[in-house]
Design a protein around this ligand. Sequence first.
Ligand code: HEC
Length: 189
Amino acid sequence: MRLSHSVVMQRLLSRCCRVALPSSVALLAVLLVASVSRAETEEVMLGDPSLTAGVPGAGPITVSEIETWLADPANFVELKPILPLGLSQGAAQITGLEENPLTRAKIELGRQLYFDPRLSKDSTVSCASCHDPSMGYTAHTKTGIGIDGQAGGRNSPVAYNRILSGKQFWDGRVDSLEAQAVGPIANPI
Ligand code: HEC
């Protein structure tokens, strides 16, 4: 897959990942803001609908809507996920939040990217093509089907609650979700 940028993605990426900083003054400002927001944390139930409610508004998202949303410091507060009854036994299995703290801004970036077919070479396939929310975050196909109808070699696993495991993929060949995310983007299928 080939990554193509939209203005919205750039806004989210630049705020979430602190890229493309114009000067050392800006760097200092960003670090100060980051350290202030890091001091606060918010406990939130995994699956809380507010986490995936998205940027408010109807129709195609606008740059001003996203800038207003990004200006809200609440979207950069570090989140401590609490697991609902039934999953709470798995709390100890959560890994990676120290290295990559969770915020509402990162969740929204991930949500936007997840449903965006522009992540694929010919803009036809998104993560949701193979991990479709209406199909339990998987697909009703024997193996993953990518661009040009190409069939992969493995069945698409359910892609939710993956925060409860460090290892990802059927064979556990990567140790984090960050490492897993490179897979679909780089995959020729
Ligand atoms: C063409 C179909 C396809 C697309 C598109 C796709 N995936 Fe997958 N995904 C798979 C398959 C197949 C596997 C299992 C591969 C393996 O085990 O080698 C997988 C594995 C995963 C896993 C590991 C799940 C587990 O149980 O270990 C996660 C998480 C995941 N995908 C998320 C994503 C995300 C996020 C995207 C978009 C950036 C994406 N996938 C795009 C088919 C797809």
